[in-house]
Ligand binder design. Structure first.
Ligand code: UDP
Length: 318
């Protein structure tokens, strides 16, 4: 396949490009490096089946077809307002890439008759009232909350993707990605795993927001990429959750990372939760992915964290 992949220099995009190239495909990777990193794709620059197009997907696209697949994975994705890469600090860009970027990539897919995949998110469920979250749950999102720029952009993107499917018959897919982690996440990304690993490796206390009783379910990047490729091979326009159903509290995560790193500085609690709308619980119901794709995550949290810690250690020069 000849694949157009937006967000190629991002955490998920770069791993996806590696896998597509390893499977023999050609990748035209697009990025404007707003939150993506050149280091993530430095090893691909000489690859004969890889081309980098440096462009903002929110502007009309200057790309040469044909394409067999268009994968829209560009977006800021960290909710942390303390990080320069957090979407609260990139609110307009986040809304543009979710709306205009989705529109432009869908147009490319329509023009070339390519299959299409939208990278959506568990954030479409907001602060969910149903556990675990199945794809049929409509969510609980505050449209004017601090997370709305991301959540609503992705909800709009899903609606637009369905509109192109229904009106023009574009062969679309929507993957709702739950918390994913692994090598290449930005050291200053601001999300919980990069923050905790960075703090632990520096011998600092881990910053737990609130009492740490909020839960998440963390999927290792290789498992996610496998699920994405399987979804690309089936025809299913309705959303599919991909994530690891193993749910843990943020406090348990902090304790695990401190133990794996051997950090004795412990934990500092910040009594206020980071932001209003920070979900209390999040856990995917992956029944649909299990049935449709015969997929489930294989990498246990401690194994994935060990690999991620090794990558962070190397990049931090330790
Ligand atoms: N969190 C934390 N300390 C940090 C970073 C995040 O306690 O240094 C918490 C955050 O408040 C949230 C959870 O960890 O409840 C996951 O946050 P993350 O930014 O990874 O993304 P989210 O899952 O909220 O989209």
């Amino acid at each position: 396949m000849r694949v157009l992949l937006t967000g190629v220099a991002g955490f998920i995009g770069s791993h996806l490009a590696d896998r597509l190239l390893a499977d023999g495909h050609e990748v035209v990777g697009l990025d404007n490096f707003l939150t993506g990193s050149r280091d993530n794709i430095a090893h691909l620059m000489e690859h004969p089946r890889f081309t980098l197009v440096e462009q903002d997907v929110s502007q009309p696209l200057q790309v040469e077809g044909p394409f067999d697949a268009v994968l829209h994975f560009a977006s800021p994705a960290s909710p942390n307002p303390l990080s320069p890469y957090g979407y609260p600090n990139l609110p307009i860009e986040t809304m543009q890439v979710g709306s205009l970027g989705t529109f432009h990539t869908l147009e490319v897919a329509r023009r070339y008759g390519a299959r299409y995949m939208l990278a959506s998110t568990s954030e479409v469920y907001g602060d969910p009232q149903v556990h675990p979250q199945p794809e049929t749950y409509w969510g609980h999102v505050n449209p004017v909350g601090e997370r709305a720029v991301y959540d609503e952009a992705k909800r709009f993107a899903e609606a637009l993707t369905m509109a192109y499917h229904r009106k023009f018959g574009v062969d679309t897919r929507i993957v709702r990605i739950f918390n994913t982690y692994g090598p290449r996440m930005r050291l200053d990304d601001g999300r919980v795993i990069p923050n905790f690993i960075g703090q632990a490796l520096r011998g600092e206390p881990l910053t737990v927001y609130g009492d740490g009783s909020q839960t998440r379910s963390f999927c290792y990047i290789d498992d996610l990429v496998e699920g994405i490729l399987r979804l690309l091979e089936v025809r299913e326009p309705y959303p599919v959750n991909l994530g690891n159903p193993h749910e843990i509290t943020v406090l348990q995560l902090a304790q695990t990372i401190n133990r794996l790193v051997g950090n004795e500085a412990g934990i500092t609690f910040f009594p206020e939760r980071r932001q209003e709308g920070d979900p209390n619980r999040r856990c995917p119901d992956i029944t649909k992915a299990r049935t449709l794709l015969q997929w489930e995550p294989k990498v246990a949290l401690e194994d994935g964290l060990t690999r991620t810690i090794a990558d962070f250690r190397r990049r931090m020069g330790l």
